[in-house]
Design a protein. Structure first.
Length: 162
């Protein structure tokens, strides 16, 4: 999981989305008093999916985008640039392969945020992505010896107990 969230943050560098939010993207929550615009991302769910020879993870990642601009142009640009950066885009994750990252759900709202100067009306996009990754712990090696089923990439053999 840490590798995925690190890769998500790493993908931000130098992007149009980073420019939109002045590189203010936070994991989990923004510090109190953060200047708008900014983004927050978090892992909502992480479900392991194991097969005989593969180890997948099905993850939902949510990005929340916030803007205090008087109109919607800024938040709409942020949303479009977020999609350009992450939706159906390929990027590198340490020790994992990204199978896909797809937008799955979006909500566009006006929210009241409490700030040090009082309550402020804020434009907000909450965008969820389905992410599927593949860890590669297994390399299936069918051996002539009937009791050896496969070995992992470190050479550890898994044997049939029959």
């Amino acid at each position: 999981m840490k590798n995925l969230t690190t890769a998500i943050y790493g993908q931000l560098a130098g992007s149009a989305f980073a420019t939109d939010i002045n590189s203010r993207m936070f994991k989990g929550q923004a510090p109190e008093g953060t200047t708008y615009p900014y983004a927050v991302y978090m892992v909502v769910t992480d479900v392991p999916d194991h097969t005989f020879s593969e180890d997948f993870e099905d993850v939902i990642v949510q990005f929340s985008l916030f803007s205090s601009a008087s109109g919607t142009e800024q938040i709409e640009d942020m949303y479009a640039d977020l999609l350009t950066l992450y939706d159906e885009n390929d990027f590198s994750i340490e020790e994992e392969d990204l199978i896909w990252m797809r937008e799955s759900n979006t909500a566009f709202l006006v929210e009241d945020h409490t700030t040090p100067t009082g309550t402020q009306r804020i434009w907000a996009y909450h965008v969820s992505f389905d992410v599927k990754t593949l860890n590669e712990p297994y390399a299936v090696v069918w051996m002539d010896t009937p009791d050896v089923i496969f070995e992992d990439t470190t050479g550890v053999e898994f044997r049939n107990r029959s």
